[in-house]
Write a new protein. Structure first.
Length: 181
């Protein structure tokens, strides 16, 4: 049985459309765990979603453009938190110190970060953005995939800007994949 369709029942276009509409409604209201993104009516606008995506892109623009740790951190609230395989860093000073050390080790030399598959959902008092991150590294001789990650980040709007309160980077691949010399 699918919706109100029963095996052996005469299928009319009206019955098929009714069953399909019922199936779609049921699928949209099923929950995943304790939270259903489909059930929740979004109060956040399309413009807000775009601004949140751009706020994330600006973090990596600061990093890729000129290794600007302070520019990266400017996108966070004063008590913002970055969490990754490298550790957890809370507040502007801690995030800046970690990022400066990461840059000093050469971990961002030649790097370009590409973000894709943005999903933005409203959460209490702000929004959550999730996306994929690809880190490509180039030198004078080659280009290679240096890492892939998932980003899950929380943002709030302050003085007309979206700022990050939490930023989790879950690494999937973190090993240079360049050609063998």
């Amino acid at each position: 049985m699918v919706g109100h369709l029963v095996v052996g029942q005469v299928l009319t276009p009206a019955r098929l459309l009714h069953a399909l509409a019922e199936h779609i409604h049921t699928a949209q209201t099923l929950t995943s765990g304790n939270f259903s993104r489909q059930e929740k009516k979004m109060a956040i606008s399309s413009s807000d979603k775009r601004d949140i995506e751009e706020a994330l892109c600006r973090l990596y623009d600061a990093l890729d453009g000129n290794h600007n740790a302070e520019g990266f951190v400017a996108g966070f609230t004063p008590d913002g938190v970055v969490s990754s395989r490298y550790g957890e860093y809370k507040g502007h000073a801690a995030i800046t110190e970690w990022l400066r050390g990461h840059i000093a080790k050469g971990a961002e030399d030649g790097a370009r970060h590409m973000l894709s598959n943005f999903l933005v959902d409203e959460i209490d008092g702000g929004a959550e953005i999730r996306c994929y991150l690809l880190k490509i590294v180039a030198d004078d001789f080659r280009i290679w995939l240096a890492g892939t990650s998932w980003i899950t980040a929380q943002v709030v709007q302050k003085d007309g800007r979206w700022l990050f309160t939490g930023f989790r980077l879950k690494h999937a691949l973190q090993k240079p994949q360049g050609p063998l010399n």
